[in-house]
Design a protein around this ligand. Structure first.
Ligand code: SAH
Length: 591
């Protein structure tokens, strides 16, 4: 077929990036904007040897899962790959995506019944897939928006979105995923730019001033942060801008939401020729330089996985423009509550929160742990984390700035062989690229009982889980959480637990289960110790007695020192003491 030739096709599947898939005479077609179950007319855009791409011309028979996109520019924008699919079908797609990656990349065998076997480490163990956590209202959920600023064909300043995979901006000040105040803020900024002759940044030649507008809203506090990303050291007309933006607070108040207020205005300097949105430097124009939000803990119903608020005060957070903060506050509470439940804390545990951001998960855990350590690469986020800890009254948290793959190994070395602090739980929540292998290796060395892995990319998640499961851990639970409705992205939380077999064999035998000869139960460790001390003047440890007993074929609780890995490190009973212990065992008629 030639480019633009059209043909009919039944869509039967969806690729991970949300394109419909149809098969025709053994050849695979990817058709964007289609839904499994659609029968469509498509036109060729590109052909490869075994597969090709086509665009949707018209839907001949719609899928039962098809719905009308709520956003008029959904197809052009490309940000919401799944808007044409009803929400229940979106959730099914996301769960399938996670499980597919766990199978293909992770090597986990998870059946259609959502139970499975983790065989990656050679040890079969049961995996439970818990029901996907969906949203009640899958629109208007985002607390953060980053709008590029540019000009349209007529030379008018516009804010909007890059058209899918391009750098041309489609005008749109009211993305349906974002909050309703974004529009007023953007229109105010465009009005100010027009009035003061301030030009949008031009990517092609590096001229112009305003690159992006970042807007963040604290869901619980109603506080709004506005941050302009500019291509200069100073922002001309900054005072006027601040004044104009603050006037909006009147309209927000009138709209019947007294709590909704712009409380922070700043600009960020980014003079690099890059598509990274934010630069490093921030200049504050109004307010304290951060907004606040709070997160409640929810209880997870063990029967159906549903959530109800827990009877404890929410954790309050300060968020600076540069720090990462989850974009979906409602789902964030559910995600973190699930992570907390998986962590299985009783108040006695020492926990590492790796990739901790502003300490959201760390502080969420802190109330239920003895000690929480956090590590994060962005210094401002750690500043926030430390302030947040103080404000919430947590004294059992400590934060480190740096790369997890450097800070964690250094901490492990520094705590030293003998002083090594036992880590009970490690929580990781890395960016899309997943964990650095050095970081994973150190986690394995820390040997926590449980690892809770929170991931926004199920492909790198599957890769990292495979590594952990090949190094002494077993995957126990998997739960997908929809943080990003209408898009193909999905968050996942997983629980892994340490396998016992590799480290030590725990066999607890009750005395009455043992076929003891009368002599075997005769002497306690203390009696043997006293006998050896009195007769030989030697001090012997319980460990040495256990070693000698085992040599003599006396069954022991096996968790003293039979670890394969640790054998080398465990001190072995010297011959002189061994002879003395043997004598004691004979004396007590145990051998
Ligand atoms: N747990 C936090 C943040 C998760 S996002 C929350 O839920 O809010 C991932 C975080 O990892 C970001 O804050 C990012 O700045 C940080 N990060 C990225 N690479 C890192 C690295 N190599 N070492 C430590 N932190 C890193």
């Amino acid at each position: 077929m030639k480019k633009n030739d059209s043909f009919e096709l039944e869509i039967t599947d969806l690729s991970d990036d949300g394109a419909g898939i149809g098969r025709r005479e053994g050849y695979v077609w990817f058709v964007k904007d289609t839904v499994p179950g659609d029968y469509v007319e498509a036109a060729v855009t590109k052909e490869k040897k075994n597969y090709g791409f086509a665009r949707l011309v018209r839907v001949i028979t719609p899928s039962p899962d098809r719905t009308d996109p709520a956003c008029p520019i959904a197809r052009q924008c490309g940000g919401c790959q799944l808007q044409a699919m009803n929400y229940a079908a979106q959730l099914r797609f996301k769960e399938r995506k996670v499980l597919g990656n766990l199978r293909r990349i992770g090597g986990f065998e998870i059946g259609e019944d959502k139970t499975g076997q983790d065989k990656t480490g050679g040890t079969a163990s049961a995996v439970t897939v818990e029901p996907v956590i969906g949203m009640e209202h899958p629109f208007r959920y985002r607390n953060k928006a980053q709008y590029p600023i540019g000009k349209n064909k007529d030379g008018r300043i516009i804010a909007g979105f890059y058209a899918g995979r391009t750098h041309s901006i489609i005008a749109c000040t009211d993305c349906l995923l974002g909050c309703t105040e974004n529009r007023s803020v953007l229109e105010c900024i465009i009005g100010w730019m027009t009035e003061y002759g301030i030009e949008p940044y031009e990517e092609e030649n590096g001229r112009g001033m305003v690159r992006h507008v970042l807007i963040r809203k604290g869901n619980a506090s109603g506080q709004i942060m506005v941050c302009l990303v500019i291509n200069a050291k100073k922002l001309p007309g900054a005072e006027a801008l601040t004044e104009k933006l603050l006037l909006l607070n009147e309209t927000f108040r009138k709209a019947g939401e007294p709590a909704v207020q712009i409380t922070s205005i700043s600009y960020n300097i980014n003079q690099e020729a890059t598509n990274v949105i934010l630069g490093r430097e921030l200049v504050n124009l109004y307010g304290p330089g951060y907004i606040e939000d709070s997160i409640r803990r929810l209880c997870v119903d063990p029967e159906d996985g549903s959530f109800t608020p827990a009877a404890e005060p929410p954790v309050r957070f300060r968020i600076s423009p540069l720090a990462f903060y989850q974009v979906n506050p409602g789902q964030m509470e559910r995600l973190y509550s699930t992570a907390l439940e998986y962590a299985g804390l009783t108040g006695r545990e020492t926990v590492w929160d790796v990739y901790c951001g502003i300490g959201t998960i760390s502080l969420f855990l802190a109330r239920h742990a003895k000690k929480v350590y956090g590590v994060e690469v962005i210094p401002q986020a750690i500043d926030n984390a430390r302030e947040n800890a103080i404000r919430n009254g947590f004294e059992n948290v400590e934060f480190f700035v740096g790369k997890a793959e450097e800070v964690l190994p250094a901490w492990y070395e520094k705590t030293g062989e003998n002083r090594r602090e036992k880590i009970d739980v490690v929580v990781v929540d890395p960016p899309r690229k997943g964990c650095d292998e050095k970081c994973l290796e150190t986690i394995v060395k820390l040997a926590p009982e449980r690892i809770v892995y929170v991931s926004c990319d199920s492909a790198t998640l599957a890769r990292d889980l495979r590594f952990l499961c090949q190094n002494g851990y077993a995957l126990r639970k998997v739960r997908a959480c929809d943080m990003f409705g209408q898009t193909v992205h999905v968050e996942t939380v997983c629980l892994l637990s340490k396998l016992k077999v590799d480290h030590h064999i725990e066999i607890e035998l009750r005395m009455d289960e043992l076929d003891l000869t009368s002599a075997e139960s005769k002497a306690t460790y203390d009696e043997i110790k006293s006998y050896v001390l009195e007769k030989y003047g030697l001090k012997v440890s319980q460990l040495y007695i256990a070693q000698v007993k085992r040599k003599c074929g006396i069954i022991e609780r096996k968790n003293y020192n039979v670890s394969k890995k640790e054998d080398a490190k465990v001190p072995q009973c010297p011959p002189e003491k061994e002879a003395a212990i043997m004598d004691a065992l004979k004396h007590f008629q145990m051998i």
